[in-house]
Design a protein around this ligand. Sequence first.
Ligand SMILES: NC(=O)c1ccc[n+]([C@@H]2O[C@H](COP(=O)([O-])OP(=O)(O)OC[C@H]3O[C@@H](n4cnc5c(N)ncnc54)[C@H](OP(=O)(O)O)[C@@H]3O)[C@@H](O)[C@H]2O)c1
Length: 306
Amino acid sequence: MRVFVTGATGFLGRHLVTQLKNRGDLVTAVGSRTCDLTSAHSLSQFCDPFDQIYHLAAWTQAGDFCLRHPGEQWLINQKINTHVLDWWKEKQPQAKLICMGTSCSYDPSLPLIEENYLRGEPIDSLFTYAMTKRMLLSGLQALHKQFGMNYLYLIPSTLYGPGYHTDSRQLHFIFDLIRKILRGVHYGEEVILWGDGEQMRELIHVDDFIEALLQLVERENHTHINIGGGREYSIKQFATLISEEVGFCSSQIGYDLTRYVGARSKVLSIQKLLSSLPHFQPRSLKRGLQETIHWYLDACSPTERK
Ligand SMILES: NC(=O)c1ccc[n+]([C@@H]2O[C@H](COP(=O)([O-])OP(=O)(O)OC[C@H]3O[C@@H](n4cnc5c(N)ncnc54)[C@H](OP(=O)(O)O)[C@@H]3O)[C@@H](O)[C@H]2O)c1
């Protein structure tokens, strides 16, 4: 199979490219340095027909990044998505386009079921990023409606696992917890987490996500599907599990009520996923966290862990 991957240098992209190559696909993988998708002509160099296009590229980070960059996020992500959809329609209409959504696009006051993805309003702090992801789905739906083009739009909960970024970007909460607690262990630093610790979050291990994604791509067409772990935990529970794993006393953890916490609760319904893949069973949180912590200890020198 001939496959094209945008966002191939990102956290998900690196894992996906490895798995696509392992299954024998001929993979063309691009990141922003090899193909800047904000430029209208960036994709014109890719003329050979692809069977599948995985569009993972997006300009975002975790924490309060979206709150601080709403205008840039609108311009950059709208350009990226429009250029990919335009190239697909004009040059690659035979390909199935697989795109990534986000749980942030849901209105948190509604059940997080696929029928509600385009309903209500995303939370204010993530509004622009969330709306560009909604527009991406709207574009796919429109191109399917008018031209019969085939797509699949997958909505991950927060991804975790080995191989995350080790640069200075804003980390997804689970990597931030690991970093802070390890610094408590290694340097005796105070561990202070954002919010009251009662906010609930859900994770999906990146390899479990890809396993589900690759099976869904074979079975499902022109629809959108949540992929999550199916269960949420409080930040305190995550912190306790990490502390147990690395030998830190979790009662020493403090909470900063003045800091940004985002949505209070976020768990995707996975009924649609399970109706397509009834045997889907993500690994346990304990096992996934162990893998992630061990990777983190190997990948980041003590200075990088700062
Ligand atoms: N990680 C999560 O928990 C999560 C959850 C929900 C949805 N998602 C979605 O899943 C997808 C992958 O997420 P991720 O965590 O792998 O993201 P990531 O690590 O931030 O990677 C983003 C990718 O997009 C590329 N990119 C950014 N700007 C670009 C541009 N102007 N032109 C071309 N490529 C550009 C980056 O290239 P460079 O490396 O060259 O900068 C990188 O390869 C994204 O669409 C994201 O919205 C992720």
